[in-house]
Design a protein around this ligand. Structure first.
Ligand SMILES: Nc1ncnc2c1ncn2[C@@H]1O[C@H](COP(=O)(O)OP(=O)(O)OP(=O)(O)O)[C@@H](O)[C@H]1O
Length: 459
């Protein structure tokens, strides 16, 4: 059986964090004890099985007259995701079973992205974002749950890193993933959509062909059968209705990041749960994790977020594809610590932000030099110690001088403090690093045909 990486110490899926409050769920978790049940590792918070919350699903359940649940794929704050056999088409699908009170925003955004009325998208272009294969509602003890079927994926890029000790993708793979991600972002921006939560946990690796030919038994043999664990109340009372008798840890279809080969490195940009269209909705709060959160969300809270906020997160995500750790370190860090790191790496804040930043004297003297004794990690130091050195240590390829300069120029442009100074996603695709090093790693036939002709025109 393939080994499953423990996600217990990470928080890509916000539901695993005990301190999280569900932002757009209509019920409150405050009126009840924090932990009603014994927590199960790699299983969603069981307290969210309550009216308005998750729907209890069992292995073997049949949905919509055709989807037989064979395993669990994962969970998020607003859904559990299951591997199901589509008995009509004899293939596997991922069924996302949303919480009863989850907004239906994601399905609306995905339908908009896939709608031919908004411009003809190539087959490959569509492959960079999820295609809704089916949608239906399920009634259960906790309410009515929107379910949608999409292609199952192997794992998220965050999971592929967490499963690894060195936490590095091969250089050609990292370049290819960076290019595909920029293509995906260019595609959604062109359709007027801001993703709003770009990070490695929301980028999935596509499954190589071949899974569909396996029966459920063969799949269990190869990847391991489900191992449901009993749900137990801490006070010893029986389980209330709407709570499953067992929790199911997810199957591991993925691989350690360093073992992923270029030919298998095909991504899909997922989780459009907080995506929005700036033309029809104003959004002020960023849902992106702190290490990739655009600084305007902090310093210009009354200006609506827009496409450049994705570009900031895209720049940070591309860094994380090449490095073994994120550009801005958030371990035990506050928002102020992160702002200080951003200045250490990128240079001074815009004057009006600097004046607004109350905690600045903790990190900088009035002449903007770091306070005495504070350890400053510049871009160069982070690049050397978090990208080049670990790659050298593992016998992996490193970036030569020219690539290094082109990479820095691109990422630093994406990380301009003022949103208006950042490139558009299309301009990112035209940068020297993308054209010379990243796009050529994407197998030509896999690139959206229209975007190929556009990027070819830039050469
Ligand atoms: N199509 C899929 N194939 C395989 N695994 C998937 C698929 N979709 C989602 N997952 C897994 O489930 C996890 C949660 O999915 P997703 O982020 O879409 O849920 P969510 O409820 O919208 O989460 P949140 O809003 O908390 O990020 C993913 O990180 C991934 O591990």
């Amino acid at each position: 059986m393939a080994s499953l990486p423990s996600r217990a110490l990470t928080c890509h899926s916000r539901a695993v964090c005990s301190t999280v409050v569900l932002p757009h769920v209509a019920y409150s978790t405050l009126s009840q004890p924090r932990f009603l049940y014994r927590p199960l590792e790699d299983v969603e918070r069981l307290e969210y099985y309550q009216p308005g919350g998750y729907h209890p699903v069992d292995i073997g359940d049949r949905f919509h007259g055709r989807y037989r649940i064979v395993h669990k794929l994962g969970h998020g704050t607003f859904s559990t995701i299951w591997l199901a056999r589509d008995e009509r088409l004899s293939k596997y699908v991922a069924i996302k079973v949303c919480t009863a009170d989850a907004s239906r925003r994601e399905i609306g955004i995905l339908s908009h992205l896939n709608d031919p009325a908004h411009g003809k998208a190539g087959r490959r272009e569509e492959a960079l974002t999820p295609t809704i294969l089916d949608r239906f509602d399920v009634q259960g003890p906790n309410g009515t749950h929107l379910c949608c079927a999409t292609a199952p994926a192997r794992c998220s890029l965050a999971d592929a890193k967490e499963a690894s000790i060195c936490r590095l993708f091969q250089l050609d793979v990292a370049r290819s993933l960076a290019a595909q991600l920029a293509l995906a972002v260019a595609h959604i921006h062109e359709r007027g959509v801001v993703h709003g939560d770009l990070h490695l946990g929301n980028i999935l690796l596509q499954l190589p062909a071949g899974l569909d030919s396996l029966s459920a038994e063969q799949l269990y043999e190869k990847y391991g059968a489900p191992e449901p664990e009993p749900v137990v109340r801490r006070d010893g009372n029986p389980l209330p209705p709407g709570v499953p008798s067992h929790g199911v840890p997810p199957v591991w279809l993925g691989d350690r990041c360093e073992r992923i080969r270029l030919c298998d490195a095909k991504l899909v940009l997922a989780d459009f749960g907080v995506a929005f269209r700036p033309s029809s909705e104003q959004r002020y709060k960023s849902h992106t994790p702190l290490e990739l959160r655009p600084p305007e969300a902090r310093f210009e809270p009354s200006t609506p977020l827009s496409f450049p906020s994705d570009i900031w997160s895209l720049g940070c995500t591309i860094w994380s594809l090449l490095a073994h750790r994120s550009l801005f370190d958030v371990l035990l860090a506050t928002e102020d610590d992160v702002t200080a790191q951003q200045i250490d790496v990128l240079g001074p804040l815009p004057d009006e932000w600097w004046d607004k930043w109350e905690a600045r004297s903790k990190y900088f003297a009035e002449n903007a030099t770091p306070v005495e004794g504070r350890c400053v990690w510049s871009w160069e130091r982070r690049f050397e110690q978090w990208i080049q050195e670990p790659r050298r240590d593992k016998g992996m390829a490193t970036l030569d001088e020219k690539e290094r300069e082109a990479f820095a120029a691109m990422v630093r442009w994406m990380l301009q403090f003022r949103p208006g100074d950042r490139p558009s996603a299309k301009e990112v695709l035209q940068t020297e690093w993308m054209r010379t090093w990243a796009l050529p790693e994407v197998v030509v036939k896999e690139v959206p045909p229209r975007l190929i002709s556009e990027t070819a025109a830039y050469k």
